[in-house]
Ligand binder design. Structure first.
Ligand SMILES: Nc1ncnc2c1ncn2[C@@H]1O[C@H](COP(=O)(O)OP(=O)(O)O)[C@@H](O)[C@H]1O
Ligand SMILES: [Mg+2]
Length: 386
């Protein structure tokens, strides 16, 4: 059963507010979160996994002067487990609570620790909406597509049967070997779907099972804009919805393909023919001004629907991942109900939109920490944790 919000609020009520630390799983967007936390005067705590910990425990470790001001780096405290999911062990949860840690959920946290466990067992205050994390699991009953439909928001048309593929479509399924990565491919006809899927199964990139439950949808031909948004339940005077940044991703081997001339693409070996979509970096973008209001409309609708169907709804950072077609229509193809995966792009320097709104450098990480700061100062921490 989902941990009761009351229980979490009670835990946080026992925190020493002067000693609150910002913690997260040390991966994904953790650097942005830690950087923002330090900027807002918090100590930080990294939950690391052995073999991938040094970024946090060594290279970006914080050095503070006698007064506690940061001289270098961003990570104050850390723990390194053999596996990330050891953070779920009762004694390790207790350690976080004893250290007054508010935990920022990211995609690595949900992927490595498991949604059931986070919902039912992880009794550490999360900044954000615990019950919404599940919505990004494509294919479960009330996933983000379901919510987008309820909200009346545009998403790529679903194709229920591969035999109905009549124009360029994308088939979304997990990679067979690279756990947690994508085994996506595109096809313009049913024949192409058969040909490609057979080849990918033969190569061990995808499995028959995963293919059977894949989501197939129309491919939107146009640029990608991921909107790094923020919803503040404690804002009273200004709009509660903020656009902080816009990013898009570098993906292997897709980004290599688009840098080859077409004749060269045609002669690639079979194992190179179908690009992979593994995210390996981020870039920053801005949007044509006349389209910005559309984005706010999308965000307003999403937040409203989340409040109706996922009480209490979005809290803090979330990310609408969109494509824009030739008629400038948005399609939302993915939603992260938590800090997005591309926010390191405006880490520390802030983003044109966040900075413009706040009149100072405002990254997603800093915005999260600032929200905690404001909530603590106005005695409203209960409104931003679950
Ligand atoms: N309907 C679509 N049309 C065009 N490109 C898409 C579509 N859906 C996804 N993509 C591309 O695939 C990438 C990953 O898709 P996404 O649904 O976000 O997968 P994940 O859940 O693994 O993040 C996106 O960055 C985008 O470039
Ligand atoms: Mg995505």
């Amino acid at each position: 059963m989902m941990i009761d919000r009351k229980q979490i609020v009670e835990i946080a009520e026992n925190y020493y507010t002067d000693e609150i630390q910002i913690g997260t799983v040390a991966s994904h967007s953790a650097l942005d979160v830690f950087d923002g936390a330090v900027e807002e005067g918090f100590k930080t705590f990294a939950v690391c996994q052995a073999g991938r910990d040094k970024t946090y425990t060594d290279y970006f470790r914080a050095q503070r002067d006698v007064e506690g001001n940061v001289v270098r780096g961003i990570v104050d405290g850390s723990v390194t487990y053999d596996r990330f999911n050891e953070v779920l062990l009762p004694e390790n949860q207790k350690m976080l609570v004893d250290n007054n840690v508010l935990f920022i959920p990211n995609r690595s946290f949900t992927s490595y620790c498991g949604i059931d466990e986070i919902e039912n067992d992880f009794a550490v205050p999360l900044v954000g909406s615990r019950n919404m994390l599940r919505s990004e699991e494509r294919g479960i009953g009330q996933d983000y597509y379901w919510l987008l439909e309820k909200a009346g928001l545009p998403f790529p048309e679903r194709i229920n049967d591969p035999q109905d593929i009549d124009e360029l479509s994308i088939v979304k399924l997990p990679h067979a070997v690279k756990k947690l990565e994508r085994g996506f491919f595109t096809a313009g006809t049913y024949d192409e779907y058969l040909e490609k899927s057979r080849s990918l199964i033969k190569q061990g990139v995808i499995t028959e099972d995963a293919l059977a439950s894949a989501r197939i949808e129309r491919y939107v031909i146009g640029p990608v804009f991921n909107f790094d948004l923020f919803y503040s339940p404690i804002e009273e005077e200004m709009n509660k919805i903020e656009l902080l940044g816009i990013d898009w991703r570098f993906e292997t081997s897709l980004d290599g393909h688009v840098r080859l001339p077409a004749p060269q693409q045609m002669t690639l070996a079979e194992h190179q023919l179908t690009p992979e979509y593994t995210v390996c970096g981020h870039n920053s973008a801005t949007l044509r001004e006349s389209l910005l209001e559309d984005v706010f409309r999308l965000a307003e609708k999403y937040v409203k629907a989340s409040q109706k169907h996922y009480d209490p709804g979005v809290i803090g950072p979330f990310c609408l991942q969109t494509c824009i077609d030739k008629d400038l229509n948005f399609s939302i193809y993915d939603v992260a109900p938590r800090v997005g995966g591309g926010t390191n792009v405006h880490m520390s320097v802030g983003h044109p939109y966040g900075n413009t709104l706040w009149r100072k450098q405002m990254s997603t990480g800093r915005r999260v920490a600032y929200e905690v700061r404001r909530a603590v100062e106005t005695n409203q921490l209960d409104k931003i944790i679950t």
